[in-house]
Design a protein around this ligand. Structure first.
Ligand SMILES: [Zn+2]
Length: 53
């Protein structure tokens, strides 16, 4: 899949329905048609990403 934020293809699969964009440094989890976006904290935990605008 392409990154839903930057539209790039620098997205790697990190788990079942989980993807990571090396451009945005954001992780995505796909739930059917819904994609949830997380930023990754320094300790590796996932934080809900709130898009600006
Ligand atoms: Zn991206």
């Amino acid at each position: 899949m392409n990154c839903p934020v930057c539209g790039g293809n620098s997205v790697g699969k990190v788990g079942l329905e989980q993807f990571y964009c090396w451009e945005c440094f954001l992780e995505y989890q796909r739930h059917g048609d819904i994609v949830k976006i997380f930023s990754v904290a320094e300790d590796g935990s996932l934080v809900d990403f709130q898009p600006v605008g």
